[in-house]
Design a protein around this ligand. Sequence first.
Ligand SMILES: Cc1cc2nc3c(=O)[nH]c(=O)nc-3n(C[C@H](O)[C@H](O)[C@H](O)COP(=O)(O)OP(=O)(O)OC[C@H]3O[C@@H](n4cnc5c(N)ncnc54)[C@H](O)[C@@H]3O)c2cc1C
Length: 498
Amino acid sequence: MSRSFLILGDQLSRNVIPPWVMEEAATVLLMENRSLVARPGHLTRTALYLSALRQFAEELRQHGYRVDYRVTSSFSTGLADHVAEYSPTTVVMHRPHGRRAQTLFARCGVQFLPSPFFLTDIEAFAARRYSTMEAFYRDQRRIHEILMEAGEPVGGRWNFDELNRQPLPKDGGTWPTPWSWELSPDETALVRELSATHPGADALAYWPRTREQALAQLDHAVTTIVPLFGPYEDAASTSNWHLAHTRLSVALNLGLLLPGEVVDAVVREFDAGRIPLPSAEGFLRQIIGWREWVWALHQIRDADYPDNNFLGATNPVPSTWRELDEHPMVCLSTALRHLHDFGWTHHIERLMIMTNAATLAGLRPRDVARWMEITFVDGAEWVMEANVIGMGMFADGGATATKPYIAGGNYIKKMTDCCRTCAFQPTERATETACPLTTLYWTFFLDHSERLAGLHRIAPQRRAAEQRPDRVEILQRSDQARRIVRGEISTASHSTSV
Ligand SMILES: Cc1cc2nc3c(=O)[nH]c(=O)nc-3n(C[C@H](O)[C@H](O)[C@H](O)COP(=O)(O)OP(=O)(O)OC[C@H]3O[C@@H](n4cnc5c(N)ncnc54)[C@H](O)[C@@H]3O)c2cc1C
């Protein structure tokens, strides 16, 4: 009898398996949980998780590990069946990333080791009570000595944000070819099998399923994408889905890459003079700042945090969104098309198009988070809370973000090329052809005037809304605008019935 070591589908790193697993010839337990496969998640996401888990099991076997690969109806059933068959003295695992798995496996008596998949010490994080991500990020730079020189940031500045907010170039820009890796025959068969039941297109080739592929993608990212990262971080395009984003979130979230490896690769290229400082800083801020921040917040927040609903939003996620359908607004249509085609969109499409529209149309934050979790290839419980509930939808009333991330059509027009071909006009507020985001942006301040009263950062916009001469017309149009955002009125019917 010996211990067993349990590895979840987002912990796929051989390098962090404790040495005793091999020394004791302990069994490594991997579970293919069919109830997760059966969820109506994106085709590419579902295939990605299955393929990565199956290939990781094979990698372990080839390296001499004893593997119990269990196809099961639930994690608790799989674990109980494993214990009945192998009688381990204990089952040990790295602490799961998300609360649901932490609760489940703790209840089953599994022993947790500290997570090697993040850089942050949670006890120290909780004790520091950081008030902003920026304060946390600067500490991360100091603690891990990243881009630091004699206790000061390299280049004498902590950030280069003002250089990194450029709109999409007028000609659409030129972007690096995205990394991809061909499907194996097994993967082709898997995709074919899943495509009968799962929404979205097959884009599995664009995402790494093995360590070898993840390392190849990392190399491609640091040599061809990170040097361009930064200037167009906040832009979005109707004709390009990836711009200069690395798309490393999948490799990181599956555990195929560790954050320290990504940091080292970027610093190496920066030291060699191949990545400019603003790009290196802007990118590392994402990895050691934002990513660690949202994970650490998830660890210290209460289990009922996702129920937060500061704005009292009650609408479900519309079927046009869930089915990744055509949409009458070009910005939403573009983001939903990218999501349909690749299971992924970049940050600005998530934040300033999708959750912006969701907040303005009053969608229930918990439902949006759940939908995004199973639809995005990099979706995970721990990522959703701060990003969707906190930042995207302001459902915690300011605990994560100091102001709601909302914008009307004018912002979308400035940062993207979406409005050029859209039937709706970003500068109009209450007309038949007004951009629904513009109408709802002003409605937001009128509807939530009392709730937002204490928020000084948006006081000018709130006052401006209350003083608008056309505020009655804006409110009259708002119901129709919400229905357009929800995709209930198509462009054709819009032009005749509005
Ligand atoms: C509403 C909303 C939903 C999101 N959902 C997810 C999600 O399901 N999974 C996910 O990993 N990220 C999510 N993010 C964060 C971010 O949008 C994605 O990590 C990023 O778009 C992934 O693309 P990339 O790898 O090209 O990122 P890059 O722009 O190249 O950034 C580099 C890396 O930094 C990390 N990162 C940057 N910002 C964040 C952040 N806010 N939270 C967590 N990690 C971050 C990611 O690992 C990413 O790979 C969400 C953000 C918002 C606003």
